[in-house]
Design a protein around this ligand. Sequence first.
Ligand code: SF4
Length: 210
Amino acid sequence: MNKLKRLEILSRLRDNDPHPTTELVFNSPFELLIAVLLSAQATDVSVNKATIGLFGDAPTPAAMLTLGVEGVKRHIKTIGLFNTKAVNVIKTCQILIDQHQGVVPENREALEALPGVGRKTANVVLNTAFGWPTIAVDTHIFRVANRTNFAPGKNVDLVEQKLLKVVPAEFKVDCHHWLILHGRYTCIARKPRCGSCLIEDLCEYRDKTE
Ligand code: SF4
């Protein structure tokens, strides 16, 4: 895909949604970190349902430690992999208190050192809590980038590298959310909604639907 097409796609996505953000509900970088950690292989809707009660009881790392693994489990048992996630939440909170004064570090290495936090989660936290121009590539972004030919790549790391290279600075902070929302609601996995897609004339997917 050429540069002009990419620019037009980003401009249209921006015009359509000038201030995109995550659908996860959070009130602090800490709550965002925990919500993203819980969202692996789970929908944002299911995470939000669980975190209303969880964050009500434990809005800080210290309060989360008081709740303990079993207490966290009680709140998140409707979410997939809740046993492992509860353990990771508590370990993460312990590290935040022991090594970061109870604050979520604005630092990639420190974030990725937290249990259950990989590159994607770190990218989301740096982007959404701290405004860094990072682009976390999840399943939606991977699909959209490849289908449209906007930033094709064989794996998520290659797509991330390509996106960081081809997306102009003015669009970088919001690009992550535009592409996720586009993949979640329009360019959906099973049958993309090409007929109602605002970039249909620019997309290079060969099997477009009506
Ligand atoms: S035209 Fe179809 S395949 Fe292309 S981005 Fe839109 S929904 Fe996806």
